[in-house]
Write a protein that binds this ligand. Structure first.
Ligand code: SAM
Length: 227
C-alpha cells in the first residue's frame, strides 16, 4: 500500500507533458498571477516533479522546489536539465525545512494535503511561517476531501486504466483507504482526509487569510499572510 504505486499509475502529478498535468497548470496559472504580482523568491513546497516551479520561473520568480521523494526530485532535475532551468530542486521534509528564517516572499503548497496528518500539517504550517518573510504570502491549493468523499463511488473510473474498487474510511474519517484496480493490477493508498474547515482552523494559528477562491466544485485556493 503506498503512494509510490499511486504516482506511478497516474500522470496527473508525475508527467508535466501529460494533458492532466497541463490542465492543472492552466487551471491555477491565472490565480497564481493574480496574487503573486510582486516578483521574488518562491518555495514550491512538496513540489513533486516541479511543473509549478517551472511555471513561476518563466514569470521571473527565483524558485526553490523541495520534496521528500527522491524519485520526484530526480525527475524534476531531469526536466530542469531539458528546459535549461535554474530552479534549485532539493530533497527535504516539509515538516523540518532546511532554510533560515525570513527567507521567502512566497511559499506555494499545491495538492499535497493527503500526505499529512493533523499533527504533521501543524508542523508544516509552523515551518512555513518561520521561513516566510513577514511580508510574504503562503498560497495553498487543495481539494476538500470531506466534501468529495461522499461523492466518490466504487467502480468510478479514474484516468485511463483504473477504477475505484473499494473506499474504506476509518471510523473518524480522518483517513481513507482507496483501492484502485485495473485489468492488470490493483493497489491501495491511504489518504489523509482534509476539509476546508480543518485546514482553516489550523492555518489560523499562524496566518491571516488574505483571499480565497473556490476552484471547481470541491477545491480551494487560499492566500495567507503570516501573523
Ligand atoms: N505540488 C506538486 C504538484 O502539484 O504537482 C506535487 C503534488 S503531489 C500530489 C504531493 C507531493 O508531496 C509528492 O511529490 C510527495 O513526495 C510530497 N510529499 C509528501 N510528504 C512530504 C513531506 N513530508 N515533505 C515534502 N514533500 C512531501
Amino acid at each position: 500500500m503506498g503512494f509510490a504505486e499511486y504516482y506511478r499509475a497516474f500522470p496527473t502529478y508525475t508527467d508535466i507533458n501529460s494533458q492532466e498535468y497541463r490542465d492543472r497548470l492552466e487551471n491555477l496559472e491565472p490565480l497564481l498571477m493574480k496574487y503573486m504580482k510582486r516578483r521574488g523568491k518562491v518555495l514550491d513546497l512538496a513540489c513533486g516533479v516541479g511543473g509549478f516551479s517551472f511555471l513561476l520561473e518563466d514569470y521571473g520568480f527565483e524558485v526553490v522546489g523541495l520534496d521528500i521523494s527522491e524519485e520526484m526530485i530526480s525527475k524534476a532535475k531531469m526536466y530542469a536539465k531539458e528546459k535549461s532551468s535554474n530552479v534549485e530542486f532539493i530533497i527535504g521534509d516539509a515538516k523540518k525545512l532546511p532554510f533560515e528564517d525570513n527567507n521567502f516572499d512566497y511559499v506555494i503548497f499545491i495538492d499535497s494535503l493527503v500526505h499529512f496528518s493533523p499533527l504533521e500539517l501543524n508542523q508544516v504550517f509552523k515551518e512555513v511561517k518561520r521561513v516566510l518573510k513577514p511580508t510574504g504570502k503562503f498560497i495553498i491549493y487543495f481539494t476538500d476531501m470531506r466534501e468529495l468523499l461522499p461523492r466518490l463511488r466504487e467502480s468510478l473510473v479514474v484516468g485511463e486504466k483504473y477504477w475505484i474498487n473499494k473506499i474504506i474510511p476509518d471510523q473518524e474519517e480522518k483517513t481513507v483507504v482507496i483501492e484502485f484496480k485495473s485489468e492488470e493490477n490493483s493497489f491501495r493508498v491511504r489518504f489523509n482526509v482534509w476539509g476546508k474547515t480543518g485546514v482553516e482552523l489550523l492555518a489560523k494559528l499562524y496566518f491571516n487569510k488574505e483571499a480565497q477562491e473556490k476552484v471547481g466544485n470541491y477545491s480551494y485556493f487560499i492566500v495567507y499572510t503570516p501573523k
